[in-house]
Design a protein around this ligand. Sequence first.
Ligand SMILES: Nc1nc2c(c(=O)[nH]1)N[C@H]1C(S)=C(S)[C@@H](COP(=O)(O)OP(=O)(O)OC[C@H]3O[C@@H](n4cnc5c(=O)[nH]c(N)nc54)[C@H](O)[C@@H]3O)O[C@H]1N2
Ligand SMILES: Nc1nc2c(c(=O)[nH]1)N[C@H]1C(S)=C(S)[C@@H](COP(=O)(O)OP(=O)(O)OC[C@H]3O[C@@H](n4cnc5c(=O)[nH]c(N)nc54)[C@H](O)[C@@H]3O)O[C@H]1N2
Ligand code: SF4
Ligand SMILES: [Mo]
Length: 882
Amino acid sequence: MSNPEIRTTCPYCGVGCGVIVSATRDGWAVGGDPDHPANKGRLCSKGAALIDTVAAEAKGDVRLTQPMVDGKPAPWDSAIHAVADRLSATLAEHGPDAIAFYVSGQLLTEDYYVANKLIKGFIGSPHIDTNSRLCMASTVAGHKRAFGADVVPGCYEDLELADLVVLVGSNLAWCHPVLAQRLRAARQQRGTRVVLIDPRGTASSDLADLHLALKPGSDVALFNGLLAHLEQAGAIDRDYALRHVQGLEAALEAARADAADVAETCGLDPDDLARFYDWFTATPRTVTVFSQGVNQSSRGTDKVNAILNVHLATGRVGKPGSSPFSVTGQPNAMGGREVGGLANQLAAHMNPDDPLDVERLRRFWKAPALKGGQGLKAVDMFRAIRDGRIKALWIMATNPAVSLPESDLVREALALCPTVIVSDIVHDTDSLRHAHIRLPALGWGEKDGTVTNSERRISRQRTFRAGPGAAKPDWWIMTQVAQAMGFGAAFPYRAAVEVFREHAALSDFENDGLRAFDIGAMARVRDGEYQQLAPFQWPLPAGAKRGTDRLYGDGRFSHANGKARMVAVRQQAPVERASLRFPLIANTGRYRDQWHTMTRTGLVARLSAHRPEPLLEINPLDALAADLMEGDIARVTSLQGAVLMRVAVTEAQAQGQIFLPMHWNDSYASHGGIGRLFAGHVDPISGQPESKHVSVRVERLITQWQALLMTSRALDLSNFPYWVRRDAGPCQHYRLAGDTLPVLAELADCEQLEFTDPARFLVRRAWLDQGRLVACLFAAPDLPSLATDWLTGLFTQPALLPMDRARLLAGRPPEADACAAKGALICACNNVGRHAIDAAIRSGNACSAADIGRLTGAGTGCGSCLPEIKEILRHVAPVAAA
Ligand SMILES: Nc1nc2c(c(=O)[nH]1)N[C@H]1C(S)=C(S)[C@@H](COP(=O)(O)OP(=O)(O)OC[C@H]3O[C@@H](n4cnc5c(=O)[nH]c(N)nc54)[C@H](O)[C@@H]3O)O[C@H]1N2
Ligand SMILES: Nc1nc2c(c(=O)[nH]1)N[C@H]1C(S)=C(S)[C@@H](COP(=O)(O)OP(=O)(O)OC[C@H]3O[C@@H](n4cnc5c(=O)[nH]c(N)nc54)[C@H](O)[C@@H]3O)O[C@H]1N2
Ligand code: SF4
Ligand SMILES: [Mo]
């Protein structure tokens, strides 16, 4: 590569951090881009490990490198024709409505634009939806109701200018770690107050002055109570409301009706509630950050509007340090909203239900097939596939078999659908297993285009390495298919920049201030300028020199009359309730170092070390009632299905609620995919599923054994009752539970070492191939505690050293090495384990997180492990010198 340093954007969360990739002697190195306004040089553990992800992807058979048609490798031109022929045949036989695309906030804007244009404009089907339906749809709907357009009014700097930051249903410390770092720094500097509104304690509790552990799903009551309190306290900005807001009185009336018993509805201490209400009332510079605890709800849109209402009533919208702020999840969730990737959007913020917009877009695209009206939203789309109404589906950059609710139905739909096309970067996902045609896409660092982050900032993702095999950019694949279907004149693209120019021109087309999304200044961007493009915030209309950091600060909104709307909303409970059969409520979400369905982060040993196994987090009293102990395996059952997870007992969970991670899938666990637990309850306005609330029961899985199996060979454990796999680099780690030990036929040719202790029900075995360690198994009634890092290291020895061989079945190294065993990984940036931190505290030299940072390095990288370090400090005491 000629250019030694490439500026690009992180492909994980919606913070959209700028990354600098530089070539090193043995590969690449990444660092935060100090000039990127989103992160100013910072990165989190996932961003910092990007090169590990790239390296892990480059291993053996991880990537999809070749198009596959009906199970056989095919050159691109025949794969493209297979796709085009099958789509054209479906179109001819069943009409456009039998075709659907299901796409993703992880596509680049250019990819997304082409997908939307092809299906809506030329195939003529309205059925394109995206995984943003599971993510941002309620915010989109709430923004449109309140503001008249899907606009995030604020920007990241507001977190630093605010005096009060309210985090609602957001685990910022783990999910938007660089924003959490910025907030933490601001808090240290100027004493920003932080309130966390989340039913459970999280890593973000550490940032908060006040944690309101509200009852799940009671956010509307909480914010209605706040609105009524603002009225009573005389804190409504009547002047602002008169000039800029409609619907104040109706919203107040609804709020008053909920306010009477708000503490009861939310299950909160009235004093805590009063404290929050007083702080909010007294603090003009307030930013309310909200995320999936708000959106993923059957009342998600109302929750969003309840939040926007209190900001509109106080005139706190789009002003420095004073705004509501929806933080987006995926790297390009926002870009997808700009190109109209959702079934109820048209491109460039146009409205499918407005005949003028439909006609306008039809003219711009020269697309006679473009129909108006809305397509099917994700949950309904997969139901329509299952019912045979949709007969051809193209999935891009998402894994619906894992991430959608009612995932058994989704899998059935995929199995029944006559044509399933999947474009992905990896060769195996739960969704790809159902594909008739698999198309290899270029991934991060290989492809080229733009993404938009949570603060409307458009940044470039740039290429710094060649893709594997025949992989191609998503926009290219669709362009070829469009040409093969006979739509070539409208799809002449040869490079991403050509798509970008058209997208920018469309945003400007007959706009005249009608649509907030306008990047007309980019409509004629030259190839070289696009290459050099610096991050900018939209809107950037034709003629504008710089982007716009805040919107609506002047009180002029996007509704036709220029006024914002407060929406009268009332508290309503989530669809499912605790019952005798299903007494607990299961909540779900993310882990610090995993990304979604783990197709990329699951490959990186460093990232899977933090939480090697999915945990069922449960309050001690609920655990007692269900006869569960720490480390047990439990079955979680809902009306829809069941999963198995390891029990972690914690006070962070309120009684009556459990927490499950969303990440594990059928490639990593026997029963880890929590989509199976969920019914497809959706918000009536946004269609977003209620992914944070399902009633369940839990019970212990009684087995004779638990075991850790490490292996460098592929083994078939599919019949084992419980297994979870972790990719640990040189070998795979399986955590197992069952009544009989696995029979490992694949290892029959190996030398076997064995140690058993029948009195303690211990069985330990190792398998060697010409002296090289191939597998080892440690089984006992409970999961044994072992020096797993040391054992993993043994897999890299060409032949085991005699001293290691002697220690192997002991599961830990000789004494001298013992202290080197790290324990659970705490700091992923600097690779510091629990033992080093414990040792620092015990030595008496570390009394604070800062001391631990100085002594061990832990917590001095991205800082997202600081909450855990503080937790350890609370529990480990220094040992007095003898
Ligand atoms: N490490 C990591 N970071 C990520 C991702 C990832 O996979 N891994 N994914 C990215 C994506 S796409 C997204 S959308 C974001 C999501 O970012 P977040 O929304 O911050 O993450 P979640 O963990 O899904 O959910 C946030 C919190 O909502 C709470 N919650 C549940 N029910 C309620 C409720 O009724 N009311 C309230 N107030 N809170 C509730 C949960 O307890 C949880 O702590 O993260 C992004 N960042
Ligand atoms: N219960 C529950 N369910 C949830 C959630 C929850 O909190 N709880 N969260 C929801 C949310 S917010 C989200 S965003 C979804 C996420 O769910 P998904 O979108 O299903 O998750 P990912 O694992 O990110 O899937 C992305 C896929 O795209 C592939 N990929 C990566 N880059 C590219 C590329 O450039 N091109 C192509 N063609 N493919 C690529 C990856 O290998 C992977 O297979 O899950 C949702 N589901
Ligand atoms: S916060 Fe982390 S995951 Fe999100 S964009 Fe920045 S480096 Fe990437
Ligand atoms: Mo998301």
